[in-house]
Design a protein around this ligand. Structure first.
Ligand SMILES: C[S@@+](CC[C@H](N)C(=O)[O-])C[C@H]1O[C@@H](n2cnc3c(N)ncnc32)[C@H](O)[C@@H]1O
Length: 258
């Protein structure tokens, strides 16, 4: 694994500190259930089983459900510490690369290129989203599909304007939202500390649907679906239209335009 991508990036520094507890901190996230809801939406747009490029794959939470369904995976992430956790769990079953979504190499042609669970929100700089989408597009096979999620204002309010809300903390680890409130397009921070980990800050940007649609047009992606995500009776529900307050994530599905 190369280790050269953006060594001082705030997201990379945060995830180096967070990596060892990431899976435990997020143990309630059920990727089998989530992917079981996402794939049928992709199939509506002609998804063909083959290779998936999992960008910002982290510790590989999405790997097992995809391997079980017969997909070949290439995982990449900005943070070597997160990839080390993935390597520990999956050995050589999944090739891994250190890579920044804003300067993505062309790894090949993939039937599916996705970035799951906040990866897009860690892009806080102007132009970052366009660079990321251009890199995703460049890795598509003919008729390949792009999927990513973006956090809504309701999630930002619950996680980044939460103060020292016990509900955001897990075991001995504290997640403390630093913002006084939320507004569309804002950048928000939360501090994580406790146990053996180095205290660190997560900094995420809210992207509006209009900003994402504009970035897709600039980078030659055609938007196929925009879905709001919520959970009902412990099941993931994807529905239209997305709502910043009824849903906690918005799911975007796209393909290369033209
Ligand atoms: C919340 S984690 C999600 C990890 C994994 N996709 C999952 O669902 O568990 C966000 C991940 O995005 C990665 N990340 C943040 N900025 C990135 C960038 N510019 N390029 C690639 N990965 C990035 C972090 O290192 C981290 O592993």
């Amino acid at each position: 694994m190369q280790e050269s991508a953006a060594p001082n990036d705030p997201a990379r520094l945060a995830y180096e500190a967070f990596a060892s507890i990431y899976d435990d901190f997020n143990h309630l996230n059920d990727y089998e259930m989530w992917i079981g809801a996402l794939l049928p939406e992709l199939e509506k747009h002609g998804l063909r089983k083959g290779r998936v490029l999992d960008i910002g794959c982290g510790t590989g939470r999405a790997f097992e459900p995809m391997l079980r369904r017969g997909w070949e995976i290439l995982g990449c992430d900005l943070t070597p510490g997160m990839l080390a956790e993935a390597r520990r769990k999956f050995g050589d079953a999944v090739p891994l690369e250190v890579a920044d979504i804003r300067a993505l190499p062309t790894f090949g042609e993939f039937e599916l290129v996705w970035a799951l669970n906040d990866v897009i929100n860690y892009l806080a700089g102007d132009g970052d989203l366009e660079r990321a989408l251009a890199g995703m597009r460049a890795n598509l096979a003919p008729a390949g599909l792009v999927l990513f999620d973006a956090n809504t204002l309701s999630l930002f309010e619950a996680s980044f304007a939460s103060g020292d809300d016990e509900g955001m903390s897990v075991g001995e680890w504290r997640w403390v939202g630093q913002a006084d409130g939320v507004e569309p397009g804002g950048v928000f921070e939360a501090q994580v500390s406790g146990g053996e980990i180095e205290p660190h800050v997560h900094r995420e940007r809210h992207w509006t649907e209009q900003q994402i649609q504009a970035a897709m047009e600039t980078t030659g992606l055609e938007l196929l679906a925009v879905l709001g995500q919520r959970e009902v009776d412990l099941q993931v529900v994807l529905e239209q239209p997305p709502d910043e307050w009824d849903h906690y994530k918005v799911i975007y599905i796209a393909r290369a335009a033209g």
